[in-house]
Design a protein around this ligand. Structure first.
Ligand code: UDX
Ligand code: UDX
Ligand code: ADP
Length: 482
């Protein structure tokens, strides 16, 4: 019987292991983490992450062949396959600050594996890491491991997206496994392939060398983010010319070579992966002496920052160039719908931009708590290349300028403007007339996700801005300068 242990009970490790346990009842799966509250959460009725369908999967397997524990050493020692799914944030100081991946957690996990292992292990990179990390991990294990214990390192990057994690895991477009091209390496690849083959069709399991697998993950995220920056760049041109970005994206996406998905213009992409992975790609290119390639990918992030800035400028310029003391309702704070995750959410930059102009912001998100909002807005962003760097607010300023509302109507009451920053389904069917009646006039809606029916809202009386859509006369008269 194969035993699996996963180090890191986060957004990736938790759902991935739950689905492996569901599909492989004869494999014992243990997820370990150094964070006691995280593990307690996984063992409770209220899981530490919100992910549609996950409760059900965990309920079916927990106590059967899936468990969560803080006894990291024991479970790593017992396992045949050790997945490593720890966080790899962007370095905030020192060499490569603002770009390179911080491998502190990875290195300490690798040293711990070397310390406690008494039997051979397959060590699987699950979290996204810079290309050639496997080589560094191999060295740590070889130099620190016990005599006679052999390790094989595999790269098995995860492609799930938050909000659809369970669906993505149950029916992935592909599973990618990279390993050494030696007999031992091939055997390790085959062992991991056997795990996935219990539910993933064979032609969807791709095997490559280690470096291809590591680079494919960074490249895939860079390509996805690039599509969003491409459509967002076109959205600015649409507003300038009177074209409609939804019509343009639809027409472009009909070309089978391009395809229709991931072409929704927005206030900007967020999430824990896109920016981090592209910055990492940029850093790697620079390290390998490829400045042109680095510059190409850096532009994807620049356009994303430009898009967020452009949105804030549009809000401020439309409202007579000042939002000082005006209440602005912010609907949606998560980086996308169906998740409570706020890592790198565009809402942080937009809110900070509005607060920098002295607005009073009232935020509503169905899955994000007030404490999370306060933490995010108080956080000092690392100062890489930002068009304008804002100092975080003090606690007193925060209390004066930021409120968290129980619903969209409360957020909009007595507001001058509503900004929609996450595409939650419930924002499509709000009673906008009711909101309009409770707002100051002129009442503005700035839709950063193209969720509202622009014509209907204009009929109600709103001044409406929707990313990449033909502008109201009002907005044409108040041009936003970036
Ligand atoms: C292009 C568009 O495809 C077509 O829709 C438009 O109407 C006119 O421009 P064309 O220039 O005839 O058509 O050929 P295309 O197949 O698009 O190739 C353009 C160039 O890209 C060629 O030099 C081709 O070799 C190159 N290419 C294409 C690549 O280098 N890699 C690829 O994967 C595809
Ligand atoms: C992404 C990748 O999709 C996934 O394969 C990888 O494993 C992790 O990173 P995730 O960040 O969870 O997943 O969500 P995703 O759906 O990719 O959205 C990322 C950001 O792009 C969100 O802020 C989303 O709102 C934005 N987005 C997405 C757009 O603005 N427009 C789109 O058309 C699609
Ligand atoms: P991701 O989105 O990649 O899953 P998260 O930050 O959600 O990232 O999860 C990473 C988890 O890894 C965190 O819960 C963290 O406590 C855990 N972790 C980090 N380092 C270690 C370690 N050395 N041993 C065990 N768990 C770790």
């Amino acid at each position: 019987m194969v035993k699996i242990c996963c180090i890191g009970a986060g957004y990736v490790g938790g759902p991935t292991m739950a689905v492996i346990a569901l599909k492989c009842p004869e494999i014992e799966v243990v997820v370990v983490d150094i964070s006691e509250p995280r593990i307690a959460g996984w063992n409770s009725e209220r899981l530490p992450i919100y992910e549609p369908g996950l409760d059900d999967v965990v309920r079916q397997c927990r106590g059967r062949n899936l468990s969560f524990s803080t006894d990291v050493h024991r479970h790593v020692a017992d396992a045949d396959i050790v997945f490593v799914s720890v966080n790899t944030p962007t370095k905030t100081c020192g060499l490569g600050a603002g770009k390179a991946a911080d491998l502190t957690y990875w290195e300490s996990a690798a040293r711990m594996i070397a310390d406690v292992s008494l039997s051979d292990k397959i060590v699987v990179e699950k979290s996204t890491v810079p290309v050639k990390t496997a080589e560094a991990i191999e060295k740590i294990l070889a130099h620190n491991g016990r005599r006679g214990v052999r390790y094989q390192i595999l790269s098995n990057p995860e492609f799930l997206a938050e909000g659809t994690a369970v669906r993505d895991l149950l029916s992935p477009d592909r599973v990618l496994i990279g390993g050494r091209e030696t007999p031992e390496g091939r055997a390790a690849v085959a062992a991991l392939r056997d795990v996935y083959a219990r539910w993933v069709p064979g032609d969807r399991i791709i095997t490559t060398n280690l470096w291809s697998a590591e680079l494919s993950k960074l490249a895939a995220n860079a390509f996805l983010a690039q599509r969003i920056s491409s459509v967002n760049a076109i959205s600015a041109l649409c507003e300038a010319t009177g074209a409609d970005v939804a019509e343009v994206a639809h027409s472009v996406g009909k070309d089978a070579r391009i395809g229709p998905r991931f072409l929704a213009a927005s206030v900007g992409f967020g999430g824990s992966c896109f920016q981090k992975d592209i910055l990492n790609l940029v850093y790697i290119c620079e390290c390998y002496g490829l400045p042109e390639v680095a510059g190409y990918w850096r532009e994807v992030i620049r356009i994303n920052d430009y898009q967020k800035c452009r949105f804030v400028n549009r809000v401020v310029s439309s409202m007579f160039n000042t939002v000082a003391g005006k209440k602005v309702a912010v609907l949606g704070f998560a980086f996308k719908k169906d998740t409570g995750d706020t890592r790198e959410t565009p809402a942080i930059d937009v809110c900070n931009g509005l607060l920098g102009d002295k607005a009073v912001v009232s935020i509503y998100d169905p899955q994000v708590t007030g404490e999370q909002v306060a933490r995010d807005l108080a956080m000092k962003k690392f100062d890489w290349d930002h068009p304008r760097h804002l100092q975080p607010l003090s606690a007193t300023e925060m209390a004066k300028q930021v409120a968290v509302a129980a619903d969209a109507y409360e957020a909009a009451r007595d507001a001058h403007a509503v900004c929609i920053l996450t595409e939650w389904d419930e924002f499509r069917s709000l009673d906008y007339k009711r909101m309009f009646d409770a707002m100051h006039k002129p009442a503005f809606i700035f839709d950063g996700r193209n969720v509202v029916d622009v014509a209907k809202l204009r009929e109600i009386g709103f001044v409406v801005y929707s990313i990449g859509k033909p502008l109201d006369d009002w907005l044409k008269d108040m041009p936003a300068v970036a």
